[in-house]
Design a protein around this ligand. Sequence first.
Ligand SMILES: [Zn+2]
Length: 480
Amino acid sequence: MKSRSIPTLFVFALTLLVAGSAIAQSGHTGGCTCGQFASKPIPWQVEHSTTAYQNAAFAEFARWNNVANIVSATLGDGNNVDLANLQNEIFFATADFFTPDTFGICIISPQSAFSGTPSFNDCSEKPVSVSCGTFQEADVVINSDFSRGFTPNGPPDFDDNNGPAYYGATALHEIGHGLGLHHNFRNLSTMNYFEDFAAQYLAIADATIIRAAYPSQSKSMTDMGTYPFRYDPQKQQYSATTPVSFSPSSVAAGTGKFTVSNMTVENVGSTNLSSVKVEFYLSTDTTITTGDIFLASFTYNSFPSSGFDDTPFVDIPVPGSAPSGSYYVGARVLQNASSTDSITYNNTWASPNKLTVTGGTSGGVCTPSTANLCLNSNRFRVTLSAKDPRTAATGPGVASSFNANVGYYSIPALTGDATNIEVFVKVLDGRPINGKFWVFYGGLTDFELTITVTDMTTGAVKTYVRPGLSLAGGADTSAF
Ligand SMILES: [Zn+2]
């Protein structure tokens, strides 16, 4: 019941059983809360001036709302930033508002309703001798001048002393204070400010304390999360988070296996789950999708609410079809054997370091030629054939590159003119928008066109046929 196993899809199935793994159910809980607003959901106004940060703020409120119906965030009027107007607002301020090195702050009034002495920091229960009261106003102020700047999301950087301050982690943490949560330095928790990468996740400790503090607002939720790090409660402050690592760091395709250590799988949700699956991938970038190179999946027969597993995953095979190269390792967690849960931000991760694959296929990159149009850093190979609908004569496209993402073809076998451009094709990386590469083509001819696009990284192929006697083009925004 508490072990995970790998399906018998693989030749080495008998050796792929994972030994010694177990789902722990204590160690990621803890935290404390004191005080809250009288009525819920608590109205907040987002006072950032740019869409990116407005959306980032809404996303952080939504993470808390996944657990309980406790906040309602709307766009503010932009002119009403005030610490004493009885409106709860999140906004930027310049550095002179803060003490040095402060990413953000939550100002609650009356302060006596939230904190007292002792025990504001690192408490494991409601602070002793502090009388919690009713909040009248809370404002989250985030430092817009922090020297390394803010991004709504950033790549993993575990050097917390010097790394970037993530807007999301800071906002999530400060909103937590506005819900009455105190600091929690002995857990994986957004309320642990020593972990500015890990703090972007609303973890078990945070969900647990919210359910305890807001029982009548709590929701039934399904939320499996996976993180590229392990939190060690025996360690202190920055050193408590260890980033994911691989052993060995170089693996032979087809025969090699490797172990992933220092990763975490958590059930943040309120319900026990069965058939939870973790999949591993190799990726040339830090966005993990099912189009990446699949390695293996591990299944937990059952995964209880608030359970977690941060033990190593061993014997992950690299297929012989994987091209040699250096790859990010990625993981994806599924709430059951086939589908991810609806809380998507914590369903995948990519490692900050790369794994080297040796002895793989020599493919993996498009080589430009008269037939091959190579787009998107040579990841995609595009070929074209054309047919004259009047004569049924056929001819190949002769490719020319325009820039990294766009190219064009002439069809001299049919037109007799190598300078007569007949078709444009572009492949765009739309993954920041929808997780896919996009293919667009436009014809300047009424020949029948067959366009074949191959993802050299994964081997996936898409073919587009544009009928003859047409002048239409085409777009596929879910191509790869
Ligand atoms: Zn704090």
